[in-house]
Design a protein around this ligand. Structure first.
Ligand code: SF4
Length: 93
């Protein structure tokens, strides 16, 4: 069995689905690590919680951001992040 490379390209993009980064704010402890790893996607609000302007808790992730998003999901100390397949089209970021 081979180890999965967290930086490998998205398979979901090839299948016509998009990927969203889901934030569980009830689990988040406002460490801010995810915003440091994904500055093009996330900003911190005044209390240190991540947010993306114009989006709720599911933020579209472009193909170029997927590797960093996977790293953020794996490193979140509260396991408050998850990647989800969505029916929406991916962003062009
Ligand atoms: S890394 Fe996890 S706990 Fe820290 S701000 Fe981001 S979502 Fe919240």
């Amino acid at each position: 069995m081979t180890a999965r490379n967290p930086l490998s390209p998205s398979r979901t993009a090839a299948s016509g689905t998009a990927t969203a980064l889901h934030i569980d704010w009830t689990a988040c402890a406002a460490h801010g690590l995810c915003a440091e790893l994904l500055p093009e996607l996330l900003q911190l609000d005044e209390w240190g919680y991540p947010r993306a302007l114009g989006y709720g808790s599911d933020i579209p992730v472009g193909p170029g951001e997927l590797g960093a998003a996977r790293v953020a999901v794996n490193l979140c100390p509260r396991q408050a992040l998850a990647l989800r397949a969505t029916a929406a089209t991916p962003t062009t970021r």
